[in-house]
Design a protein around this ligand. Structure first.
Ligand SMILES: Cc1cc2nc3c(=O)[nH]c(=O)nc-3n(C[C@H](O)[C@H](O)[C@H](O)COP(=O)(O)O)c2cc1C
Length: 173
């Protein structure tokens, strides 16, 4: 299965490394697309090595084939964003396409899964919840975050789901 994995700027970005390993281990062709914020947490080289494929970071990089990169990435069996920030959820809900990942998400006709990770205040914010409901009504599937200890020092909902749970949910398509 061709899996496009979007990684966004959450402290949980390092956990996406394990998710890549799980996908690769079961034979998926994994193409990672990182936002600029994600690259503050984990390097593209890490994902490139684990996924065994080049990593997409720049919408305007000269493509290796004629198709624009976001159109090439959009043509996947499934697009997964894990971890998904409050920001990418808001951008998707409103159809914004100002970087490689958001453009790919707007262009794709493939099933999309989001695994949010964020501070409990961001998660509880009515704007985030309204965005999630809007996306669910359009067929976007969510792997909900868990409750527990959060990296920001609080307790609540927003903890990135364990990679095994995400991998299993995606295999159900
Ligand atoms: C240390 C740190 C941790 C962060 N963790 C999260 C997070 O877990 N979830 C989230 O939604 N935003 C988090 N943010 C804020 C995002 O990085 C910020 O909203 C960024 O603009 C997201 O960009 P992106 O969605 O394009 O990746 C964090 C910021 C910092 C500095």
């Amino acid at each position: 299965m061709k899996v496009v994995l979007g990684v966004t700027g959450s402290i949980a970005a390092y956990k996406a490394c394990e998710l890549v390993r799980l996908f690769v281990r079961r034979g998926d062709d994994v193409r990672v697309v990182m936002t600029a914020a994600a690259r503050e947490f984990v390097t593209p080289l890490t994902f490139q090595t684990l996924s065994r494929n080049p990593v997409g970071i720049d919408q305007f990089a000269l493509p290796t084939e004629w198709k624009p990169e976001h159109i090439a990435y959009a043509d996947a069996d499934v697009v997964v964003v894990a971890p998904a920030t409050a920001n990418i959820i808001a951008k998707m809900a409103h159809g914004l396409a100002d970087d490689l990942l958001s453009s790919t998400l707007l262009a794709t006709r493939s099933p999309v899964f989001l695994a949010p990770a964020m501070n409990d205040g961001m998660w509880d914010n009515p704007a985030t919840q309204a965005n999630i409901e809007m996306l669910k009504s359009r067929g976007v599937r969510f792997i909900d975050p868990d409750s527990g200890e959060l990296a920001c020092g609080t307790e609540g909902k927003g903890r990135f789901a364990v990679p095994e749970k995400i991998c299993k949910a995606v295999s159900g398509i």
